[in-house]
Design a protein around this ligand. Structure first.
Ligand SMILES: NC(=O)c1ccc[n+]([C@@H]2O[C@H](COP(=O)([O-])OP(=O)(O)OC[C@H]3O[C@@H](n4cnc5c(N)ncnc54)[C@H](O)[C@@H]3O)[C@@H](O)[C@H]2O)c1
Ligand SMILES: O=C(O)C(=O)CC1(C(=O)O)C=CC(O)C=C1
Length: 311
């Protein structure tokens, strides 16, 4: 499991179940930073398995996840969260005591509910979520620097083995991340407003534009250099991954959506009645928030997803 002081590897063999943007970025970081000695992967399609080997991201690639976890001392679930229940039910009986199971899923309460039930005694579950990504998917989309300077949130259930939590913490630190421990329900509420609702809004705006009359739609695409362009990046994110996020963080997303609807109604009213102060006061406050995010190095000039001019 965890390396001794004289060994540079943190884990001997890691199994990645699902190897798209996040799984392949982890594989690249593990390789380039010598974090694990050996990588095995499992994916559903033969094309993905072939591509992963072609890219040199793993020593072995299997369609059967049971084969991938054989001899692994760390298993990382990197597929859409809606698949975790069935993956865990298949690999669970084949996990040896002492193995650490973790994941990268964007929601945490549902993941704990779906996975924990299949893990035998002595297997340590440390759920995790890197707050890092792009709108791209698949094994070609990953890059080793994805997690540099980004937060990774771990949500170990009460009573989790502290050495396993430390090992997963160290894994993410070596991948370049800062790590925070959080209760799963709290994680789901925070991410509902910082990540899930923004995606829902982007999907809605782009969807609304798509439903316009043919001539207007053409102009939306032609003149989409500003705000709309940024929304289209987010709305280009993986449909299956995001379907699963919304279905598995239902309560928190609906709560935030309710607040959002109330706030947008206030703006609607301010526009209708010409209440400029209401609009201006909000826009000054939100500009300060943006400044705070840039100062915290979570957006701005160094972020490869943002235009260079945005300081
Ligand atoms: N994309 C992001 O920005 C981002 C950020 C943080 C966390 N996440 C989380 O990471 C996970 C993976 O997302 P991604 O962006 O890498 O998606 P992706 O679409 O790039 O990759 C997912 C991979 O899982 C595979 N897969 C699907 N079902 C499977 C199954 N039953 N067994 C094995 N493999 C299966 C797919 O073929 C694909 O290769 C998701 O749970 C997501 O919530 C995503
Ligand atoms: O930057 C992006 O493209 C992302 O969507 C990444 C992002 C997000 O910031 O919302 C998406 C999902 C996550 O689970 C974590 C990160």
């Amino acid at each position: 499991m965890v390396a001794q002081a004289d060994s540079e590897f943190l884990f001997e063999k890691v199994a990645l179940i699902g190897v798209g943007l996040i799984g392949s970025s982890l594989a690249r970081a593990f390789r380039s930073r010598r974090i694990v000695r050996q990588i095995s992967v499992s994916a559903r399609s033969q094309a993905t398995l072939d591509r992963v080997l072609e890219l040199g991201l793993a020593e072995s690639a299997h369609s059967d996840p049971v084969k991938a976890v054989e001899g692994a001392d760390l298993v990382i679930l990197c597929a859409p969260v809606g698949t975790y229940d069935s993956i865990a039910s298949v690999i669970g009986p084949h996990l040896k005591p002492g193995v650490i199971v973790t994941d990268v899923g964007s929601v945490k309460q549902a993941v704990i509910r779906d996975v924990d039930q299949y893990l035998p005694d002595g297997v340590h579950f440390v759920p995790g979520h890197p707050i890092a990504g792009t709108e791209k998917s698949g094994p070609d989309a990953g890059f080793a620097e994805l997690f540099d300077g980004r937060w990774c949130i771990l949500t170990p259930p009460p009573g989790a083995d502290h050495r396993a939590v430390e090992a997963v913490t160290e894994l993410w630190r070596r991948c370049g991340s800062m790590v925070e421990i959080m209760e799963a329900g709290h994680h789901d509420k925070v991410l509902a407003i910082t990540s899930h609702l923004p995606h829902l809004i982007a999907y809605t705006i782009v969807g609304t534009a798509t439903d316009l009359e043919e001539s207007e739609r053409a102009e939306v695409v032609k003149f989409s250099a500003g705000g709309f362009r940024d929304f289209t990046r987010i709305a280009g994110s993986d449909p299956v991954m995001w379907r699963d996020v919304f279905l598995n963080n239902r309560e928190a997303v609906l709560e935030m959506l309710q607040r959002f609807s109330e706030d947008i109604t206030v703006l609607q009213r301010a526009i209708r009645w010409g209440e400029g102060d209401t609009l201006e006061n909000l826009f000054f406050r939100t500009r300060e928030i943006r400044q705070g995010v840039v100062e915290a190095h979570q957006a701005g000039s160094f972020d490869p997803r943002e235009p260079k001019a945005d300081q």
